[in-house]
Design a protein around this ligand. Structure first.
Ligand SMILES: *Cc1c(COP(=O)(O)O)cnc(C)c1O
Length: 362
């Protein structure tokens, strides 16, 4: 096996080595079919088995109750920023958004193109270092929906608990923390996630949507951007991204074999603790970006005393085999993305590197 980097990329991100190896094995010929999975019809029995197996695994691992559709859509989570208001924000209603950081802001900007929005709570004045508390949320009981971003990938914050919104539809962008821990799907009307952080490679976005929300939207909504199109056709209205869905299915099998969402949470808490301990034990050499109560299990963000120190850290870390530790260009600093598939050994190596770097430069 060639050297595997300590991969902390933010997305696309590390995939389980076992999954990559199995995919490699099945790449040229899939299950005695005489061809690769990528060379066959998405209407055939062989592909359909993969497609519906992935859906069934998502239902099982997320604990999706009856009454929800699971859709596979292209265009990334960014397309959902538009599809949600196009389908779920009728004229005369207002959609409420929680402004927690970079991704929430993009979702809000997109919704404004289609209708009225309000901000239920915002941590902008705190540089998005925290997730607003549930008691801060202010939205009308006749809001079309309340949208939140369960994990802000760039700032490194994560919701610890979700609100009970009663009759108001709760929508969650879970692109960067789906299946990192068990959640109560029944609180949500819609959950969506691009696959390339926690579920597989890029190319497919999953949408879990309560059936009663799938109505016929305005006639001006294009066929491909309507939930009812994809729901009626079991995500086979047009050609789906077959390879991305195949890979996601393999990642889901890996998650199941490793204890499901609960197993992921145990691993993820151990991994995150290693890095937050290294930060908190550094006497201010490393400074956690997110407030303690809002820290993400998936994206650990921190800064150092100066940009020069951060540059030196990046340079030396790269020389030691660490990849992807530079913070997003919009907030700077450093970020270690430690999604489900990032092995504990990589995280332990990084925590050791951080202490070693401090002892040499502190
Ligand atoms: C990565 C990310 C997105 C954007 O995903 P694309 O699939 O690239 O459109 C949206 N929301 C969150 C929280 C993300 O982490």
């Amino acid at each position: 096996m060639a050297n595997r980097a300590y991969n902390f990329n933010a997305g696309p991100a590390a995939l389980p080595l076992e999954v990559l190896q199995k995919a490699q094995q099945q790449f040229v010929e899939f299950e005695n079919s005489g061809m690769s999975l990528m060379e066959m019809s998405h209407r055939g029995a062989i592909y359909e088995k993969v497609h519906f197996e992935a859906e069934a695994l998502l239902r099982e691992l997320l604990g999706i109750p009856d009454g929800y559709k699971v859709l596979f859509i292209q265009g990334g989570a960014s397309t959902q920023f538009a599809m949600i208001p196009m389908n779920l924000l009728p004229p005369g209603t207002t959609a409420s958004y929680v402004a927690t950081g970079s991704w929430a802001t993009k979702a809000i900007q997109e919704a404004k193109m289609f209708g009225e929005t309000s901000i239920a709570a915002s941590s902008e004045s705190d540089a998005y270092k925290r997730i607003p508390s549930l008691s801060e949320l202010k939205y009308s009981s006749d809001a079309a929906y309340l949208h939140l971003t369960s994990n802000e990938t760039i700032e490194g914050t994560q919701w610890a608990e979700f609100p009970d919104t009663g009759s108001v539809t709760l929508i969650g962008d879970m692109s960067s923390d789906i299946l990192c821990r068990p959640i109560d799907v029944s609180k949500f009307g819609v959950i969506y996630a691009g696959a390339q952080k926690n579920l597989g490679p890029s190319g497919v976005t999953i949408v879990v949507i309560r059936e009663e929300l799938i109505a016929k939207p305005a006639n001006t909504v294009p066929t491909m951007l309507r939930y009812d199109t994809h729901a009626k056709a079991d995500s086979l209205y047009n050609t789906p991204p077959t390879f991305a869905i195949y890979m996601m299915n393999e990642v889901l099998k890996w998650i199941k074999a490793n204890g499901g969402a609960a197993g992921m949470e145990t691993r993820n808490r151990e991994k995150a603790k290693m890095l937050y301990d290294a930060i908190d034990g550094s006497n201010g050499f490393y400074r956690g970006f997110a407030e303690a109560g809002s820290r993400s299990l998936m994206n650990v963000t921190f800064t150092m005393a100066s940009e020069e120190a951060e540059k030196q850290f990046i340079k030396e870390s790269e020389a030691s085999g660490f990849v992807g530790l530079k913070g997003h260009r919009s907030v700077g600093g450093l970020r270690a993305s430690i999604y489900n598939a990032v092995p504990a050994e990589s995280v332990r190596a990084l925590a050791d590197f951080m202490r070693d770097f401090q002892s040499r430069n502190g």
